[in-house]
Write a protein that binds this ligand. Structure first.
Ligand SMILES: C[S@@+](CC[C@H](N)C(=O)[O-])C[C@H]1O[C@@H](n2cnc3c(N)ncnc32)[C@H](O)[C@@H]1O
Length: 163
């Protein structure tokens, strides 16, 4: 598979999982976390999917399209390790959807980030809430969900908090 094909499939998987998550949390109140603003593409999609919800966004820096930069109150700059505990103090266990798209680069660093996110997100996501991620971030209190039709296993990850 060419890198172009692989990129397109990853984007399709990402969109399908976010669209699926929107249906899954329809009746689950709470905020949305976007971990990895990047260019702002998925943040923009989340804004369309969840016009009535607060979307809290994380990244170590702003490199997004000018139309996709969150308000200051919803933008937490810095490492996830530093910013996520601050947001936990602010919102507690009120997260209905956490979308994490942070992969790329050093494999050990990505694995450490996945481990950190599993530990720190688990107390924040409400029962019935969903975790969509580009990396595998398992937690004891989350169950794996099937991926939307046509999306290969491992291309994206969907989980639901059971408690
Ligand atoms: C692949 S990009 C996100 C792309 C985005 N979802 C989009 O649609 O444009 C990953 C982003 O995660 C951020 N990131 C990765 N690890 C991070 C960490 N440990 N703390 C803060 N930001 C991190 C990077 O700076 C980068 O902007």
């Amino acid at each position: 598979m060419s890198r172009l094909d692989s990129f397109i499939r990853r984007m399709q998987a990402q969109r399908a999982c976010l669209d699926s998550a929107a249906g899954l949390i329809e009746d689950v109140p709470g905020v949305v976390l976007e971990l990895g603003l990047g260019n702002g593409r998925t943040y923009d999609h989340l804004r369309e999917l969840f016009p009535g919800r607060r979307i809290i966004v994380f990244d170590r820096e702003v490199r997004a399209h000018p139309d996709c930069i969150p308000d200051d109150a919803d933008l937490f700059l810095g490492e996830f390790t530093e910013a996520l505990p601050r947001v936990f103090e602010q919102v507690g266990k009120t997260v209905a959807l956490a979308h994490a798209d942070f992969g790329g680069g050093d494999a050990d660093r990505v694995a450490a980030t996945a481990k950190f996110l599993a530990e720190r997100l688990a107390p924040m996501v409400v029962a019935g809430g969903v975790i969509a991620s580009d990396q595998n971030i398992p937690a004891d209190t989350w169950e794996s969900l099937p991926l939307p039709d046509g999306i290969s296993v491992g291309r994206y990850h969907l989980r639901r908090a059971v408690s």
